[in-house]
Design a protein around this ligand. Structure first.
Ligand SMILES: Cc1cc2nc3c(=O)[nH]c(=O)nc-3n(C[C@H](O)[C@H](O)[C@H](O)COP(=O)(O)O)c2cc1C
Length: 177
């Protein structure tokens, strides 16, 4: 494989920016996600790739639900904060206005809108697991434009969305390729 080409071509894929929220048994969490898309019209469904070694995957499996919150264009700082791992910041949602949706997962009050989902499938994909979620409820919270990121790469990171030298750690999503 031409790894340079792989990197270059992957960076041509545009991504949205979302906060996926999860809850089970009184515990709740949120993480920033790029790797998310609609998966079906009928029944309406989305798919999201979730890190195997984070906290959220256990809550998604245990609770069988998740909610997709759409970040607005001006919410990059919040995306950076929620992009930390639970291990690094177990109280990511502190100070972030939210309320529980019908499926029990947090809905971020400042999101553009949300999709509540019920897990209907999962597929192992290496260091991530792809979950399919049937949409069970949806809401528009405010008008606005969602973020489109032109590349998403992972790095060790010094800042909330920073990139580090060794390819591990938090994610970086940057406009401008
Ligand atoms: C811009 C950006 C995009 C990210 N995209 C994903 C993603 O698509 N899937 C994922 O599991 N983690 C993604 N992450 C990492 C998560 O936000 C989070 O750090 C990780 O899932 C572990 O969090 P947890 O331990 O709270 O579950 C992204 C982070 C950032 C900053």
């Amino acid at each position: 494989m031409d790894t340079a080409a792989k990197k270059t071509v992957l960076r041509l894929i545009p991504y949205g920016l979302y906060a996926v929220t999860v809850a089970h048994g009184g515990e709740r969490n949120a993480f920033t996600a790029n790797w998310l898309a609609q998966a079906a019209f009928e029944p309406p469904a989305v798919m999201v790739a979730v890190e195997n070694d984070g906290r959220s995957i256990a809550l998604i499996r245990a609770g069988g639900v998740f909610t997709v919150n759409i970040f607005g264009a001006g919410q990059r700082d919040l995306a950076g904060r929620l992009g930390r791992s639970f291990a690094r910041d177990p109280r990511k949602l502190d100070g972030v206005a939210h309320h529980a949706g019908e499926n029990g997962c947090p809905i971020l009050d400042d999101a553009l809108g949300f999709l509540e989902c019920r897990v209907t499938g999962e597929l192992s994909a290496g260091d991530h697991t792809v979950f399919v979620g049937e949409i069970t409820a949806a809401g528009v919270l405010r008008e606005g434009v969602g973020r489109v990121e032109r590349r998403a790469t992972r790095g060790a990171g010094t800042g909330p969305m920073g990139e580090g030298p060794d390819g591990s750690g938090i994610w970086r999503a940057a406009s401008g390729g």
